[in-house]
Design a protein around this ligand. Structure first.
Ligand code: GLN
Length: 484
């Protein structure tokens, strides 16, 4: 069986036709993923016992004649910032190298109840801070399509695993672009749902007002299927929304004729590269499918990166205060006093990017600066959200690039944080507004580097987003991912 090209549907057909058992499939998938992993470092650790136990439960359900669930036997991977009971969750940090959570995140519980088989945990930037996966304490991830290039970040391991074919779908987390940007760089589909659509219970907090869990897969339909499973109100997360969850995969087939799309001027004005040409071609395909395209303006866009790096670092400085050497983390052995112990544990444990953000965040929250930076950034955030709200009074969706450039070389931007931060210039706005957004592959550059098109819709209107992405994918054929 060709593990690398499985989809949720082909896994289901295989199991129901009894061509293989879920346990056999899980064993094959684990063997394949472990053998392929040295090429990318996408997985930090595997959990074969848990995978095989989940697969056996699926086989038992099938033997009893029960429906084994919408993700029955589907090999999946999960970013290592989402906690898993009994299986390490490191957050890509030395501080949590040996941390084992006593409980499962709600998204994990829901995946396994739907029959998914969790193969392992994927590499990421430390505490999800980064755009290249080079901030992991456990080494960078390589892009499976171009091994001298980054897979994007911070969910680089999940995107690379899906592109490499070592799992059918994966979960990532997105605070300012960490699902869409790596999906674009690796040529897979990545979805950031509406803020509150998926419970954050068990997602390690980076910037709580911006954090989202969302899926990666090789097709729009597979992303839609996974999102439907993990979405919905959860009493363990007070910010999870009590909104009905539509049957996303069933709604994919609808026509997109007459949908009104906006192309924001601010996103395209500096985009003269191949990325701009590919987005232009994708928009033409949508027009041929019957969509109306309008030129629009989202004027607050220019302030988005600055606004994000104030709010995200402020929240991060507070959230990361819990890693103090006392509770979850490793403790520095070289300390005489309590304050030395705090200082040394944090000083030795956190990597450079986390330290930079803790300092920046502490500064913008400090007395005398709070109003000038943090409060101001919250006001700008409201303007960004208002831009989108106004656009959606007339439009059904906004279409934009995901990133100004395709996957860059490992090491190319590591010493230039500002240039690294600009990778997310087009994704941060959607995160600040809390609206659903996704990246769908729309071709590759002459060098063969994939590029993603971003689709953004109204709060809780993931259905229209999936319908557009699905229609586009059907028109052009799925997947630009072709691992070298
Ligand atoms: N690259 C952005 C950052 O470093 C976004 C990260 C994310 O979405 N988790 O903050």
């Amino acid at each position: 069986m060709d593990i690398a090209s499985l989809t949720i549907r082909t896994v289901r057909e295989t199991l129901l036709a009894r061509r293989a058992s879920a346990a056999e499939l899980a064993a094959d998938a684990l063997r394949f993923a472990e053998a392929e992993n040295p090429r990318t470092n996408a997985y930090l650790h595997f959990c074969p016992e848990r995978a095989l136990a989940a697969a056996r439960r699926v086989d038992e359900a099938i033997a009893r004649g029960e429906d084994p669930g919408p993700l029955a036997g589907v090999p999946m991977a999960v970013k290592d910032v989402i906690v898993t009971r009994g299986v390490r969750t490191t957050c890509g940090s030395r501080l949590l190298a040996n941390f084992v959570s006593p409980y499962d995140a709600t998204a994990i519980t829901r995946l396994e109840q739907a029959g998914a088989v969790l193969l392992g945990k994927t590499n990421c930037d430390e505490f999800a801070m980064g755009s290249s996966n080079e901030n992991s304490a456990f080494g960078p991830v390589r892009n499976p399509l171009a091994p001298d290039r980054v897979p994007g970040g911070s969910s680089g391991g999940s995107a690379a695993a899906v592109a490499q074919g070592t799992c059918v779908a994966a979960l990532g987390s997105d605070t300012g672009g960490s699902i869409r940007q790596p999906a674009s760089f690796c040529g897979v589909v990545g979805v950031t749902p509406t803020y509150g659509r998926v419970s954050r219970y068990g997602l390690t907090a980076f910037a709580s007002s911006l954090d989202h869990i969302g899926p990666f897969a090789r097709t729009v339909k597979d992303c839609a299927t996974v999102l439907r499973v993990i979405a919905g109100r959860d009493p363990c997360d007070a910010t999870s929304a009590d909104a009905p969850v539509p049957d996303y995969p069933a709604l994919l087939e609808g026509s997109v004729k007459g949908l009104k799309l906006g192309l924001p001027r601010e996103y395209l004005k500096d985009l003269k590269s191949e990325v701009g040409d590919l987005i232009g071609r994708a928009v033409t395909v949508l027009q041929q499918l019957g969509c109306e395209v309008h030129d629009i303006s989202l004027p607050a866009t220019d302030y988005a990166v600055a606004c994000y790096y104030v709010i995200a670092t402020a929240e991060a400085s507070s959230n990361l205060a819990r890693y103090d050497g006392v509770r979850y983390t490793s403790r520095s052995p070289h300390s005489e006093t309590l304050s030395d112990m705090y200082r040394n544990s944090r000083g030795e444990g956190f990597g450079a990017e986390c330290k930079r953000r803790i300092m920046l965040g502490t500064y913008v929250l400090s007395h005398g600066y709070y109003d000038a930076y943090y409060l101001k950034a919250q006001k700008v955030r409201a303007l960004i959200a208002r831009d989108f709200a106004r656009a959606f009074e007339e439009l059904d969706a906004v279409v934009a690039p995901v990133s100004p450039f395709p996957a860059f070389k490992l090491g190319e931007k590591i010493d230039d944080p500002v240039s690294m931060y600009l990778s997310d210039i087009y994704t941060i706005t959607g995160s600040l507004a809390g609206i659903p957004c996704m990246s769908v592959p729309c071709g590759a550059t002459a060098e063969g580097l994939p590029v993603g098109m971003q689709i953004l819709t109204r709060h809780f209107d993931e259905s229209t987003m999936f319908r557009l992405a699905g229609a586009y994918e059907t028109a052009v054929g799925s997947g630009t991912a072709r691992p070298m």
